[in-house]
Design a protein around this ligand. Structure first.
Ligand code: FAD
Length: 464
């Protein structure tokens, strides 16, 4: 420890309490709650300020040590883990909520601010507004979710969370502190445009192009009341048309589809859940009547295939009305046996949902696991995020290996469906790269090389 110059320099920058090279402390940074890891980690550092982040990046360049930013490390696909060792930059200490601007509807946060904390803060200080919160556990960071282009419960109206940002402060791999959006010209981080969208250089790159140190995120009106209706669809082929018809009403706040096959119990129906809001009860009543009418239209065309559910089941109520919702993990994970689950979130066109459902069942049978699908509708059916969820028992290595194999096959199947695996793990990134237009792939690598000439940002993640 005494002769370790990188460790000593990290202590200089962040203080002794916030740097470590001790194996027992590094271990928890080497694994995540999916099936990835353990990976090699040489150091962990917990910066408190942007300047400390900059100094650590300069140090990493000087010593050519890889560096990996980490929020709550909850992607389940190992994206917060180093591929080739080096320093894990644990962002949790940078946890200030810097500004909440009610009139312009945005909030500025540091990268350690969690979804739970931001949600509570907004509820307390400005209950008329909300952010598009993902279903991830409350300790997931707002920034980590943006980096992987995640999505929350306002995805139908506003798209994925990365499209809901105004701008950011970011430390480039070479140590420059840079701003994007209106942040770069004025003191006010209220708009992405009209400038070139530099924020896009840091969303979808898994933290390999820079370290975000501040983020301005849009907030949206929170209506006074909310309700949900459901449809139990007994023919999966009808789901795309039903979703199209529902989004055509322009009355939907959130739209989600769940289906599952557990053991020998057979296929569940597709549960389509529609979440809608209003300011007065009559508004909700009117919307509910419109959704009921849609079920009647489908019933006339295909009798008995689309059941209208109101009130919906307890499971769906807690999934949508009682936030934060944890129903899908509870359904999917093999908790009884110490388990967990992994999922491949496939960005697909809506018409591919029936094929995806059949593929998931087939692959689960092939690999001897249960299967659950949860589909978040993105935009007005502009795309869907169809999650193929496979549970495993962490105490049983063979069951974890089965799920790894199922994930591999799923990634290939998704690409064959002209879809794209979301928050792709390193193995899936390689499959995507192979299918990608070579000029696009080279452009990605050129941008990365320009930003990170010494290749210190988690090398192996989004690279050859
Ligand atoms: C039960 C469960 C449910 C989930 N549901 C959803 C859901 O509904 N929607 C959804 O979108 N996701 C979901 N997820 C996936 C994931 O947990 C979330 O997207 C989460 O928000 C990621 O945040 P994190 O803090 O864990 O990020 P991390 O895993 O720590 O980081 C994600 C990526 O960002 C990089 N990174 C982290 N901080 C920075 C930084 N400051 N600068 C640059 N790069 C950085 C990391 O290197 C990594 O590549 C779910 C996960 C679980 C376990």
């Amino acid at each position: 420890m005494g002769n370790d110059s990188v460790y000593n320099a990290l202590v200089e920058i962040v203080g002794e309490d916030y740097a470590s090279n001790q194996p027992e402390e590094l271990y928890m940074y080497s694994v995540d709650s999916g099936t990835e890891g353990p990976r090699k980690v040489d150091y962990v550092a917990m910066p408190k300020t942007t300047e400390q982040v900059r100094d650590i990046l300069l140090l990493a360049n000087e010593h050519r040590v890889p560096i990996t930013p980490m929020g709550a490390n909850l992607t389940l696909n190992g994206l917060g883990l180093p591929v080739n060792g080096g320093i894990v930059l644990d962002m949790k200490r940078m946890d200030r909520i810097i500004e909440l601007n009610k009139l312009s509807r945005y909030v500025v946060v540091e990268p350690g601010v969690t979804q739970g904390r931001l949600g509570t803060y907004i509820e307390k200080n400005c209950p008329e507004l909300e952010h598009s919160r993902p279903e991830a556990p409350p300790m997931a960071t707002v920034v980590g979710n943006i980096v992987i282009r995640g999505h929350g419960f306002l995805a139908v109206k506003y798209g994925n969370n990365a499209s809901q940002i105004n701008g950011m402060e970011v430390v480039l791999p070479t140590g420059e502190i840079c701003k994007t959006g209106s942040f770069s010209v004025s003191q006010l981080p209220f708009s992405k445009g009209p400038l070139p969208d530099l924020s896009a250089l840091f969303c979808g790159w898994n933290g390999t192009t820079g370290v975000i140190t501040k983020l301005s995120l849009k907030l949206f009106p929170k209506r006074k009341t909310m309700d949900i209706v459901g449809y139990a669809v007994h023919d999966v082929e009808l789901v795309p048309d039903l979703l199209w018809r529902i989004t055509q009403t322009d009355m939907v706040d959130n739209l989600f589809v769940v289906g599952f096959v557990f053991g020998d119990s057979g296929e569940s129906p597709q549960y389509v859940t529609v979440c809608f809001t209003g300011d007065i009860d009559e508004e909700l009543e009117h919307k509910k009547a419109v959704f009921q009418k849609i079920a009647e239209e489908f019933d006339r065309a295909a009798p008995g295939k689309v059941e209208f559910l109101y009130p919906v089941t307890e499971m769906l109520t807690s999934r949508f009305i009682e936030k934060p919702p944890y129903v899908s993990p509870a359904l999917a994970a093999d908790f009884e046996h110490g388990g967990g689950y992994r999922y491949c979130g496939a960005i697909l066109t809506v018409d591919k949902m029936p094929q995806a459902w059949r593929t998931g069942i087939e692959l689960a049978r092939k690999h001897g696991t249960n299967f659950l699908s949860g589909t978040q509708i993105m935009g007005y059916c502009h795309s869907v995020n169809f999650c193929f969820v496979y549970p495993f028992n962490r105490a049983d290595e063979e069951s974890m290996e089965r799920v790894r194999r199922a994930m591999r096959d799923t990634n290939e199947a998704v690409l064959a469906m002209d879809g794209i695996p979301w928050k792709a793990e390193v193995e899936a990134q390689k499959l995507i790269s192979r299918k990608m237009d070579p000029n696009s792939y080279n452009l990605i690598q050129r941008i990365k090389e320009t930003l990170d000439p010494n290749g210190i940002m988690n090398p192996g993640n989004w690279s050859k």
